[in-house]
Write a protein that binds this ligand. Structure first.
Ligand code: PEP
Length: 254
């Protein structure tokens, strides 16, 4: 059974006190995570020690990084290596979020390097893909996303690809309040799975968790997550509100 995942992306939000209070509320919430479900919190790097301390001993709850550098170490002022995150207990790293692609010029080839760096130290990349509005309007979203996956991930072996979590995030739905319909999400998630099946075989493709991201909230999570090829969500805005994110976690398929 594929892992069902609710991943929070806090982005560059919250003061230390706000982060502290949100984590306290989440820890105190009624969460029923089964063995194949996870809640993952991609917090700003500076709050990682705080989040690790607050979530200590919580089953199926993990702290993630929002990015990492592609090199193992060296003269890269201001950067953080995947192994550094692992050394403090962070084994999930979000890669290629559309904001990083847009504002930090992250290319597919750079993301290929970052993905390999994360896998090389035994951590889990949460690899983001997704099309802008113009591509959706032109109806070419499948080939656009397929190219992102091929360019950044197809150098990986089957053993490696099953360790990658995919987050499909249509850019037009991120932070806009517009959500893909559950039918739109299912259609492209099934397509993404077929892209992996054609390269690695159906058995491998069936093991890859594919998350949906784009204005997921408590009110729409259950409907979106109920789709057969949607294995949870990557959540921005709604992950900053404890009651919202708790409801999203509890909307995961079991
Ligand atoms: C995101 O940042 O990955 C995201 C999906 O944001 P939001 O849920 O706010 O649309």
């Amino acid at each position: 059974m594929r892992k069902q995942i609710a991943a929070a992306n806090w982005k560059m939000n919250l003061s230390k006190n706000e982060a502290d209070s949100l984590l306290d509320q989440l820890v105190a919430s009624e969460l029923n995570l089964s063995e194949n479900q996870s809640a993952i919190f991609a917090v700003p790097a500076i709050y990682i020690p705080l989040a690790i301390q607050k979530l200590a001993g919580k089953q199926q709850m993990f702290v993630a990084a929002q990015n990492c550098h592609q090199k193992a170490n060296g003269a890269y002022t201001g950067e953080i290596a995947a192994s550094m995150y692992a050394s403090v207990g962070v084994n999930h790293i979000v890669l290629g979020h559309s904001e990083r692609r847009e504002f930090f010029a992250e290319s597919d080839s750079l993301l290929a390097e970052k993905t390999e760096a994360v896998l090389a130290i035994g951590s889990t990349p949460i690899f983001c893909c997704g099309e802008p509005l113009s591509i959706r309007e032109a109806g070419t979203q499948n080939s656009f996303v397929e190219a992102q996956l091929k360019n950044a991930l197809f150098q990986l072996s089957a053993d490696q690809i099953i360790k990658v979590v995919i987050a499909y995030e249509p850019i037009w739905a991120i932070g806009t309040g517009k959500t893909a319909t559950s039918a739109q999400a299912q259609e492209i998630h099934a397509y993404i799975r077929s892209v992996f099946a054609s390269k690695y075989g159906q058995t491998v493709a069936d093991q890859i968790s594919i998350l949906y991201g784009g204005s997921v909230k408590a009110a729409n999570a259950k409907e979106i997550f109920s789709q057969p090829d949607v294995d949870g969500g990557l959540v921005g805005g709604a992950s900053l509100i404890a009651t919202e994110f708790t409801a999203i976690i509890n909307a995961l398929k079991s």
